[in-house]
Ligand binder design. Structure first.
Ligand code: NAP
Length: 250
């Protein structure tokens, strides 16, 4: 595998499962030392072990991204353990409460905004100064196709993922000239544990929204994250990239 991140340190939030797991594994296989972070210790420790067994270098750090102090602590842990931070994939997220707007609880709305949107601000706020210390870096924020269009019963999630795109554009404007590229990725529906509770008929309905005729795989999202994080994407910043089997095309 091409060693795109030799000598570099990457942090991935929500790395204990799904897209974050696939991304952490691919960063490690591409030469990065990886801080595997998750609120779920079991998943995070297991991914860390997989990386180590494959000969990679990884460290698990527990972090609830909805808490600003924990996001700051995560960056400090990377600096303490590896001495630098070059790359971050701010991926952790939840599906959130499913309800029409009038029926959605304030708590449910607030929670998805905290975990899926405010977290991106908290993470970047701590990551950016650390990256500036090295003269730059790359950040990839996990949005969604639902960062571009609406989806019934998911107002909080849709608002959060649209917000991730806006935050990404702002960070790109503010920091690109100082060597930090910031981009957002917009997966279509991906067959991860996040969708595990969906009944088969709902999964079939989701498949039908993707002209490619299937759901995506976590590894297919990770490939885009890795490219955006690497020097191959040296002129790509402040942008939103779908990886969605043409969901947004019609
Ligand atoms: P996943 O398989 O559920 O993995 C998400 C991981 O994040 C889990 O390990 C989860 O822990 C963890 N997590 C949850 N809340 C957290 C918090 N507050 N702090 C830190 N970690 C937390 O989900 P996924 O499908 O890979 O989704 C990853 C990202 O992609 C999310 O931002 C999601 O919105 C986005 N996305 C997913 C899809 C899709 O169809 N799957 C589509 C578009 C975008 P627990 O298991 O303990 O909850």
């Amino acid at each position: 595998m091409e060693q795109l991140f030799s000598g570099k340190v990457a942090v991935v939030t929500g790395a204990g499962s799904g897209i974050g797991e696939a991304t952490a594994l691919l960063y490690a296989a591409s030469g990065a030392k990886v801080i595997v972070s998750d609120v779920n210790e079991k998943g995070g420790n297991s991914v860390t072990e997989v990386i180590r067994k494959a000969g990679g270098d990884a460290q698990f750090e527990k972090c609830d991204v909805s808490k600003p102090a924990e996001c700051e602590r995560l960056v400090n842990a990377a600096l303490k353990h590896y001495g630098r931070l070059d790359v971050a994939c701010n991926n952790a997220g939840i599906g959130g409460e499913q309800a029409l707007i009038a029926d959605m609880s304030v708590e449910g709305f607030d929670k998805v905004i905290a975990v899926n949107l405010a977290s991106i601000f908290y993470c970047m706020k701590s990551q950016i100064p650390a990256m500036l210390e090295n003269g730059g870096g790359a950040i990839v924020n996990m949005s969604s196709i639902l960062g571009q269009v609406g989806f019934a019963h998911s107002a909080g999630y849709v608002a959060a993922k649209h917000g991730v795109v806006g935050l990404t554009q702002n960070a790109g404007i503010e920091y690109s000239a100082r060597g930090i590229r910031v981009n957002a990725v917009g997966p279509g529906f991906i067959d991860t544990p996040l969708l595990a509770q969906a009944p088969p008929e709902m999964k079939a309905a989701l498949v039908s929204k993707h002209p490619i005729g299937r759901l995506g795989r976590a590894e297919e999202v990770a490939e885009l994250v890795i490219w955006l994080s690497s020097e191959k994407a040296s002129f790509v910043t402040g942008a939103y990239y779908p990886v969605d089997g043409a969901y947004l095309a019609p």
